[in-house]
Design a protein around this ligand. Structure first.
Ligand code: C5P
Length: 237
């Protein structure tokens, strides 16, 4: 299989994670003596197929410079924006200085420290071999899906056929993704993932099934779940 010339990563890490109800941004909460962002970045910086990794951190973030990984030779840093899509766009603009237009970029949430390297490999290989415009890790929905009203009363059962949970990384060509997010923002559409920006331009990404342990740490209870997943992954030969 032909290997793409260069593959880069952008890690948005400029959120505050208000649903965690913690005193510090959630990416700096610790699991097994390392913060969530360190776990995520160590996976990405040690992955040999990436030419470089951009991390978007909040302006005047006091925690970021204290992490030893912040000086890793593969890392570039940029300032995040108001919403995730702004942070991602800033990261892509930072890459423009070193990457070619058609290089691949994988965008991955800092808050997903349990992503498996094997899933990143499968994503890249699947997108390249399918000749797709891009792709994302995802997990098929398995439960019966309900739509509820404001009072949490069920209004309908939603057909789950073809429904997936969209995870990250999400992989697209640098210039196509930048243009897609730019166009979405011009319409004041604050996309919550990269695929949505591409879909708006009728550039339809490939869904690549990943492992469900690639959770996004969102609520306080997710911390112990992530700790368990990381411990289990260490036991995988
Ligand atoms: O808040 P949520 O968990 O959906 O954020 C997903 C990712 O986007 C997190 O890693 C968070 O740090 C990042 N983010 C960002 N800039 C923002 C908001 C969120 O980089 N303004």
């Amino acid at each position: 299989m032909p290997e793409p010339v260069n593959i880069w990563a952008v890690i948005p890490a400029a959120g505050i994670g208000s649903r965690m109800e913690a005193e510090i941004p959630k990416q700096y909460l610790k699991i097994q003596h390392k913060c969530i962002l360190e776990h995520t970045l160590e996976r990405f910086c040690h992955y040999s197929r990436f030419s470089g990794v951009v991390v978007a951190v909040a302006e005047d973030d006091p925690y970021w410079p204290t992490l030893s990984v912040s000086s890793h030779e593969k890392l570039m840093q940029c300032t995040g924006g108001e919403q995730r899509c702004h942070s991602v766009l800033n990261g892509l603009r930072c890459l423009e200085a070193v990457a070619a237009k058609d290089d691949w970029v994988l965008v991955h949430d800092a808050a997903r420290p349990c992503v498996r390297i094997e899933d990143i490999d499968i994503l890249i290989d699947s997108v390249v071999s399918a000749g797709a415009v891009g792709g994302l890790l995802a997990v098929p929905v398995r439960d019966t899906m309900k739509r509820g009203d404001n009072a949490n009363i069920v209004t309908t059962t939603v057909d789950r056929t073809g429904l997936w949970h969209a995870l990250t990384p999400q992989m697209f060509r640098l210039s196509e993704l930048m243009e897609a997010i730019d166009a979405a923002l011009q319409q004041e559409l604050f996309v919550t993932d990269e695929a949505q920006a591409m879909e708006q331009r009728k550039m339809l990404p490939l869904l690549v099934e990943g492992h469900p342990d690639n959770i996004k740490i969102t609520h306080p209870r997710d911390l112990s779940l992530a700790e368990l997943f990381l411990a289990l992954q260490e036991k995988i030969p």
